[in-house]
Design a binder for this molecule. Structure first.
Ligand SMILES: Nc1nc2c(ncn2[C@@H]2O[C@H](COP(=O)(O)OP(=O)(O)O)[C@@H](O)[C@H]2O)c(=O)[nH]1
Ligand SMILES: [Mg+2]
Length: 207
């Protein structure tokens, strides 16, 4: 019997396997208000096919999900979470969990933050307020985070220090610009978080 076929083999792909050298796996959570680019960031940076639980937005979301100011192409919304993986080097692997920003999903937060070392908060300068609740919740929980300002073309641009003031962020919290659609930019955001977590571990009073 001839088993040759043009179909890809079933089961895990080689690139999905964890490198044999991986010594540490770290859980990182990507949060932010509705439509700030969480699913996009996890998708652009993940080396495995990202798992995403996007649902087409239905009438049920009308009046609940605030789509004002969101890209016109935003036709789906994350109902549970995004999941991806990125190897920072041969030994360190990050597992990324994108969580929905809508208030009706707060109940998911407890489980999602279990064991998380840190978080990335994505913000959209057209709608800073959609990320306020998320920032407050992270501060309450004492989860270390960095802020990434996602660049939408028509979004107003402010100096980062002005945004720091508007978001009421302590001077020690890193704030960076990013384009969540670009892998290198999303990777830089994660590297900023890793450097920040490292600095906190070395000098805990910096937080
Ligand atoms: N121009 C631009 N569009 C983006 C960027 N990030 C996300 N988008 C678009 O914005 C919309 C919302 O992004 P999505 O990742 O679904 O947001 P989420 O609700 O936070 O998961 C989508 O249509 C994306 O294609 C970005 O950096 N620049
Ligand atoms: Mg999403």
């Amino acid at each position: 019997m001839d088993f040759r076929s043009s179909e890809p083999p079933a089961g895990p792909r080689d690139e999905d396997a964890l490198p044999a050298t991986a010594a540490a796996a770290v859980k990182v959570v990507i949060v932010g208000g509705f439509g700030v680019g969480k699913t996009t960031l996890v998708g652009s940076v993940s080396e495995i096919r990202p798992l995403t639980t996007e649902e087409t937005m239905t009438q049920a979301g009308v009046g609940v999900d605030d789509t004002a100011g969101v890209e016109r192409s935003k036709r789906s919304t994350t109902v549970a979470m995004d999941f991806g993986r990125i190897s920072i080097n041969d030994e360190l692997v990050l597992y990324l969990f994108g969580t929905p920003g809508q208030e009706r999903f707060w109940f998911l937060w407890r489980g999602l933050f279990e064991g998380a070392l840190g978080a990335v908060v994505l913000v959209d300068t057209r709608r800073l307020e959609v990320s306020f609740d998320v920032l407050g919740r992270l501060e309450e929980r004492g989860v270390p985070f960095v802020v990434a300002v996602n660049s939408f073309p028509d979004a107003p641009q402010y100096p980062l220090e002005e945004l720091r003031g508007a978001l009421d962020l302590p001077a020690s919290v890193p704030i960076v610009l990013c384009d969540a659609r670009r892998r290198d930019s999303s990777r830089d955001v994660l590297m900023t978080l890793m450097r920040y977590l490292h600095s906190l571990a070395v000098t805990p009073e910096a937080s």
